[in-house]
Design a protein around this ligand. Structure first.
Ligand code: ADP
Ligand code: MG
Length: 351
């Protein structure tokens, strides 16, 4: 139980009843969990020699999500996906989930159960087990802190720091969709109706983009594949935007990069959205955070083999550049061959 200094007890949620319900609904545990919800700490066994991966994310209402445009289940799904994606970027397998909540006065048990429903929907395909958390009242909005524990075989973890000069740069899936989805959600509702037929976005594209924002897919199979075969020399997941996350790889690896803007994988929906709003889809792809795709470099001697293997597994990955010496900096190559330094455009808090 978290301390409750300065908060009056609320009548709608009974903490112990809530925890019991969560326990009943969501903690069916395997034998690797010695003790899950219900004691002072969870106890798990781990395979000897495996490396543990530990990651946590805090979501604050109004900063990371807006209850006017997302359901509690969407928020839960996205919170879990963000953590799953961090484990994917390390090449690991996710195992255990811990969730700390601060619940506003307007929050009900139903809200919490919806939230956990979304979280567990993202976790279930990966057999992640809920083993604990903490519950508090909030005088402000919701705060949702998700901690995920995973594992990776020793020396198989993928870092941001391994990119070498000459390595090709790749990205999974498509980029820019989640930002387009978020922008769609934030448009005034009447706007689509008043738009000329020729530039209106189809319902299918709209749904796809909103889905990519609210229900992102963590690329766990791809991350584990890159790690198992030692294909990748460096990996990061795109949570702050391609341009910002690429910068992290370059800084940690002490290298530069030529990024081929013409090669960025854009979905038909993202292109259609950009065209209908007179936006540059490449700008969406560079700045859009929360696509949760993997950005990685391959060792050149594995490139052909990795490309073939990816096809067989139906992993979509696109070569979007080449690692260069640090003095090259981060250069964007336009479709016409022009080069210019990539502007710093990723999302940062406190700015
Ligand atoms: P303590 O006072 O020791 O922190 P709590 O009453 O906070 O104990 O928690 C009791 C048990 O319920 C613990 O196993 C804890 O991990 C679990 N728990 C508490 N809140 C949550 C939550 N929001 N989600 C999942 N498990 C929770
Ligand atoms: Mg507690």
């Amino acid at each position: 139980m978290a301390s409750k200094v300065g908060t009056k007890t609320r009548s709608t949620i009974h903490e112990f009843d809530l925890i019991q319900t969560l326990h009943r609904r969501h903690s069916r545990l395997t034998s690797s969990v010695i003790r899950g919800i219900g004691d002072d700490a969870a106890v798990v066994t781990s395979e000897a020699g495996q490396w543990s991966l530990l990651t946590t994310d805090l979501l604050a209402e109004g900063v990371h999500f807006d209850l006017r445009t997302a359901t509690m289940a969407d928020i839960g799904f996205r919170a879990a996906a963000a953590n799953l994606s961090d484990i994917a970027a390390m090449g690991g397998r996710p195992q255990y989930l811990l969730v700390a909540l601060a619940i506003p006065r307007t929050g009900t048990k139903h809200h919490v159960l919806q939230l956990y429903g979304g979280m567990m929907a993202a976790c279930r395909p990966h057999h992640v087990q809920l083993i604990g958390g903490d519950t508090s009242a909030s005088d402000g909005g919701w705060f949702i802190s998700v901690t995920l524990v995973g594992m990776v075989p020793p020396r198989k973890a993928l870092f941001r720091s391994g990119a070498r000069i000459g390595d090709p740069l790749y990205v999974t899936g498509t980029v820019g969709d989640a930002l387009a989805g978020l922008m769609l959600l934030n448009e005034p509702p009447h706007r689509e109706k008043n738009r000329p037929r020729t530039t209106a976005l189809s319902a299918r594209h709209r749904q796809f983009l909103i889905g990519r924002h609210l229900r992102p897919t963590a690329r766990l199979a791809e991350g584990q594949w890159l790690s198992t075969h030692r294909f990748a020399t460096s990996t990061i997941d795109i949570s702050d935007g391609l341009s910002g996350d690429l910068r992290h790889i370059c800084e940690e690896s002490h290298v530069g990069v030529d990024l081929d803007l013409g090669a960025l994988p854009l979905s038909p929906a993202c292109r259609a959205y950009a065209a209908s709003r007179q936006l540059d889809p490449v700008a969406l792809a560079l700045t859009g955070g929360e696509d949760y795709e993997l950005l990685f470099t391959l060792s050149p001697r594995h490139q052909a083999q990795a490309e073939r293997a990816a096809k067989l597994r139906r992993f979509r990955m696109t070569c979007i550049g080449t690692i260069r010496p640090a003095r090259n900096g981060i250069q964007a190559i336009g479709p016409d061959g022009t080069r210019r330094p990539l502007p710093i455009t990723s999302y940062e808090h406190f700015k």
